[in-house]
Write a protein that binds this ligand. Structure first.
Ligand code: ATP
Ligand code: MG
Length: 279
């Protein structure tokens, strides 16, 4: 059985899909006074490849960390498939399990093989003692190799992770996220450390897995060109706030100006003094 086979109900026609993740009025005020998120509301559709676009400090990483509960929001709600996953008394392990993560620095275990790195994506499904000894079943290995094949890395299965190029490492990181069988992948600046040719290749794989497997992908980027090229929809963030939501075609130069060069003095004039100590 091909457990990663595309589902006909979750195709690239995300525009027709239901909302899977509803972010409602999310705010985060860090100790020290930085308002990293300011009343952020975004509805994400099932199977969508959504790019969160914004400059450094816009709050992109904070948003992702609030979704998988690495950071506690100060206000607002997150609803996943009709169930609130924010707020107290939640099973954090189970919530984190829903989100596959892809990071800028790949975060592979350097001295381990490609296969073992991808198998760590299966840890959530293993008992604690089996995890301790990296004791994986044949079924886990089959899933891991299938995930590697998705990103054309199955020919490097037994190579040590630290002998791979950056682009290859990120493809393995995508395979690791897939092995976790998440419904949503959060990719935080996944191509910021890669040259443009390889960056496009990696984004292409991410988009492909989204389209073929119906996995919803939220991808933080700061490069407008990549957002235009790959996003099905773009959310523009500036200084913690959503300032644009729309298609690549709707991302005009004026809007880019608003995302990247939003005037801090305009906020100050409105009496909005929220300790933007990073600018
Ligand atoms: N743990 C923290 N404690 C205090 N302030 C924080 C913390 N994490 C982030 N911030 C601040 O929150 C703001 C948003 O940071 P965040 O990392 O979410 O932005 P970003 O859009 O991901 O930026 P980048 O593109 O540089 O990764 C910044 O001003 C940052 O300094
Ligand atoms: Mg960030």
């Amino acid at each position: 059985m091909n457990t990663l086979a595309p589902s006909p109900t979750m195709s690239s026609t995300a525009a027709l899909s239901r909302t899977t993740l509803s972010i409602q009025g999310l705010s985060k005020l860090y100790a020290g006074g930085t308002q990293a998120l300011d009343n952020v509301s975004i509805d994400v559709r099932e199977g969508e490849f959504l790019v969160i676009l914004g400059p450094s400090g816009a709050g992109k990483s904070t948003l992702m960390r609030c979704l998988n509960r690495l950071v506690e929001p100060s206000a607002g709600k997150v609803i996943h498939n009709g169930e609130e996953i924010s707020g107290p008394n939640k099973n954090l392990r189970e919530i984190r399990h829903r989100f596959g993560m892809v990071f800028q620095q790949f975060n592979l275990v350097k001295r381990l093989s490609v296969l073992t790195n991808v198998l760590t994506g299966r840890l959530a499904y293993r008992s604690a003692w089996r995890s301790l000894f990296y004791n994986f079943s044949q079924e886990d290995k089959r899933i891991a190799i299938e995930c590697l094949a998705r990103v054309n890395m199955d020919h490097k299965t037994f190579q040590r992770a630290d002998t791979l190029s950056g682009g290859e490492q990120q493809r393995v990181a995508i395979a690791r996220a897939l092995a976790q069988k998440p419904r949503i992948i959060l990719a935080d600046e996944p191509v910021a450390s890669l040259d443009p040719k390889i960056a496009r290749q990696v984004l292409g794989y991410l988009k492909q897995v989204s389209q073929e497997l119906g996995i919803t992908v939220l991808c933080n980027l700061h490069q407008v060109d990549y957002a235009r090229e790959f996003a099905e929809r773009i959310v523009g963030m500036s200084r913690g706030a959503v300032v644009f939501q729309g298609s690549a075609a709707e991302l005009t130069d004026n809007i880019i100006q608003r995302i990247y060069y939003r005037d801090a003095s305009a906020d100050a004039d409105r009496g909005d003094n929220r300790g933007r100590d990073d600018e």
